[in-house]
Design a protein around this ligand. Sequence first.
Ligand code: AMP
Ligand code: MN
Ligand code: MN
Length: 328
Amino acid sequence: METIDLKAILKTVKRISIFSHVRPDGDAIGSSLGLQRILHTNTGLPVYLYCPDVIPAKYDFLPGVEQFLRELEGSVEQDLVFVLDCSDLDRLDYLKEKIQQHPRLINIDHHVTNDFFGKYNLVDTRAAATGEMLYQLSRAWGFHVDFEAALCLYSAIVSDTGSFKYDNTTPETLRITAELLQKGVQPSLVSQRLFDERPYTTLALLGEALKSLTLDQDDKIAWMSIDDDGIEKCGAKPEELDGFVNYLRDIENVEVGIFFYHARVGNTKVGFRSKSMDVARIASAFGGGGHPRAAGCTVEDEPSMVIKRVLNAVHAFVDEQQKERLIR
Ligand code: AMP
Ligand code: MN
Ligand code: MN
């Protein structure tokens, strides 16, 4: 991985901005908040936080979460700019155009599909989470990580590893996690907020989505879909769909789970999960990206056409993988 002289770069700026991706997840939110806290406490510089979407309510317990902005605060031309947990700049949605030519843009990410969009690119595809990288980088840069920052980085790591269940969890992930716990983080409290408790509307929404559950191709593919009408019927918000796709992959014998969310604005957000196939390849073919076992894309077409096109592509991929005996 590229190394940068952050201390030298910091001498040239008076402000810092941190950006993360649309439909933010625990890694995007925890990493942004953790880095903000670390940079602010260690340099004294003002640090602005940007995300092109609302932050889901379940992250309300993270210190500083109220500071996320959806529009730029003044000009960022003179800032040092960090972009976290984004495989490409399209992940910043409408904020992309504000920083795409920025001369001091640091890209910190762990996606295999990262396209090195930054002036500096700190990309480590072996890292379980961007939050894990930020802890390592903070150590290398000689920055102190306090309890609040540790809580945010822990939340980032526990989110992207599915509570240390996924195969991105490495000995280094657990060593870093141990250091975060030594700073006072309580795993049970984080788990309760992020995974074990959900609003009633989320369960109602799961019930609604499950009505469309379909098994396909000798039960190797499981998919379901929902649209904004279905979400509103349950009194729920789109952010409550987060994690539903995992239920599909968890079905016995299923290799690929696919979740389709047809938004009213005319595009469909597709989420993929797999047991052993590289679904980032499928997502990339539709202009998206992600990780080998968790990927996504946004497709603009009639809802029924999106489902048809994506299922065709996944069918062909599953066939190919079965022929090569890469899956059962
Ligand atoms: P999700 O299914 O939304 O939890 O996303 C799973 C993974 O796919 C995450 O690592 C995302 O960063 C990535 N991903 C989701 N949607 C997109 C997209 N439209 N473009 C690129 N990557 C995506
Ligand atoms: Mn993310
Ligand atoms: Mn991540």
